[in-house]
Design a binder for this molecule. Sequence first.
Ligand code: LLP
Length: 439
Amino acid sequence: MVWPVTTERDRSGRLVIGGVPVTALVEEYGTPLYIYDEATLRERADAYRRAFARHYPRARVVYAGKAYMATWLLPLLESAGLWLDVVSGGELYLAHRGGFPAERIVFHGNNKTPDELALALQLGIGEVVVDNHHELDLLERMVPADGPGLDVLLRVNPGIDAHTHAYRKTGIVDSKFGLLIESGDAARAVERIVGIPGLRLRGYHAHIGSQIVELEPFAATVDALFRFAAAMRDRFGVVPDQISPGGGFGIPYESGDPEAAIDAYAEAVARSALAAAERWGFAPPVLTVEPGRSIVGPAGVAVYRVGTIKDIPGVRRYVCVDGGMADNIRPALYGARYTAALANRTGEGEALVTIAGKYCESGDVLIKDIALPTLEPGDLIALPAAGAYCLAMASNYNLALRPAVVAVAGGEARLVQRRERYEDLLAREALLATPPRSD
Ligand code: LLP
């Protein structure tokens, strides 16, 4: 199912999400508009909790904030018992300002700056995932030997090639993330960590990529982590109490895509962890997973208004909408495919069209070749599965204003992020004279 769980059509054919007609939301908040269905968010977060409770109760589910992060989301994640993965000072700051408990925050990143690490230490976050030797140099200097100490995981690169877009692969040998097991680099980092008094090595982490729908690569990652853990126990006597195969579980984007059941994912990861723990003689450690997309992706729908419709006879019909690559760069960057539906009415007929954005790039196409009812300027087009890595990667290209975001539940809508205004575009203009005050 690519649409939020509450999606339906009312009697007049309008698309309704969370009990609220999309037309009503657009009337109030304009387009482009991102709608998050709270029921879907809760259901996805809960599905993770239930699946791991069933298959591996010592699991920790860490939401990867890079998929979409906003303060309104944090209480929902917190009440579902999730932890939070941040990858920058910005995400950390937002989590802190949003009141997310610091002790449930995990800090990732392949080039954390001294300032970012200082903020993490000052806020007392739960865990840092060490990516490289430079980071160890920094932590060695920054974490006092006689303080409370810092929990760390070591990110290793297991050399696993998952089937996903090349830009999303992170666990292959040629990667900027983590330290390679094969070359001995990861083992050298373990040796260093155990020698740094302020650091407590809790275990090992690997993340092999994103939008992966096969289960086998995750099982292989778990296995590789345990094998490495056993080798480190033999060499340095360290026993991990945490193993993390990262995030990356995919979602369907188009109606024919595989369903990607969270329970099947949890079962596969859990089964390989239990088997590997037994094989290598470990008590089952905490099993940490870091879903981003599979929690927020299916909850989000982007809504655009149709403007220009351009026919190139015998070639293509371009339907241009009032958003595009500035709010969703995924089609342009990865060739990502989306589906769409007419949201303000049920239409007649069906024609193959290309939904193009409004930005100054030929590559600014949201959907190439989709069959939709005959469209008119003013119609509303809704794109499902838009909750992850759309707003998170949004830009002000062409000085576009970032869209408003509403959360819907039980027939009510809340504006959770307002649309940017033209004045926001001036906020960082260091040399612009202050406009005269009107009062
Ligand atoms: N953990 C780590 C260490 C990660 O690097 C990532 C994603 C995740 C967890 C969450 O992965 P997810 O469950 O969301 O797949 N912009 C790309 C995706 C980049 C993913 C980066 N890392 C896209 O739009 O497809």
